[in-house]
Ligand binder design. Sequence first.
Ligand code: ZN
Length: 268
Amino acid sequence: MITVEGEQIEVIDAHSHMGARKKLAIHQIPPIMKWMAEDMLGSMDNAGVDGVVTFAIGVGEPSDYRETNQYIADAMRKHPGRIHGFMRLSPGMGPKDTLQVLEEGVKLGLKGIKIHPLIEHCPANDREKVYPLMEAAQHHNLTVLIHCGLGEDASPARLGEIARDFPKLKMIFGHSGLVEGVRQVVEIAKKHDNVHMDSSGVGWLPFFCESISWAGPERVLYGSDHPFNPMEWEIEKIVKHAQRHLKLKIEDLRLIMAGNIKRLVGIG
Ligand SMILES: [Zn+2]
């Protein structure tokens, strides 16, 4: 819990990473090779974060993420209410194997899917490699978070096609398209009500404020991308700096900080 304007507000981080890797993927500094449940819980305690949605850290070599998905499912069982696990999928490995990993993830109790089109070298809207996974995600009522921004394969337009073609699929556009993609993501969200966006890494405050006021506070989710960004930094961006401009009702802040991700993922 954090305190804002004298009110206690629950905080659930919608975007964080755990696991170990032998080779860096995109993130170079800090060169984090390992970030396990204990590390995450320590950061959460320091920042007043009640729960995290977490998925595997990206690896710089081909991986089906099975091992880390299993680790995260175990951590979720060990820390109920604090760790909410998503499976990470690598669609570039082909739909047959990846669908298998997805079904295993469902059996493990994982509540959603994370895909990073750039690290996994697969365009977000690939009809052959990604669409069968979206079909299965919709069938299992999983929330899908796809990294958005930094490269053509992860462009807002490509993610927008998924939102259009799978209208019942609960989607989170990771990082809201980062700075250059935010306005486009907001336009897509206005067209498709299954689209949500997380706050992590949106570094230009005017665009971030626009995302909340134009897409609506029920569509924007607090996320940090921890351990790459500090949790406190991303919390302050919302409850201190954006709030100074937006003057949101406390109920709207509650949605952004926890309510939206709880509704999407079905957290009690
Ligand atoms: Zn991330």
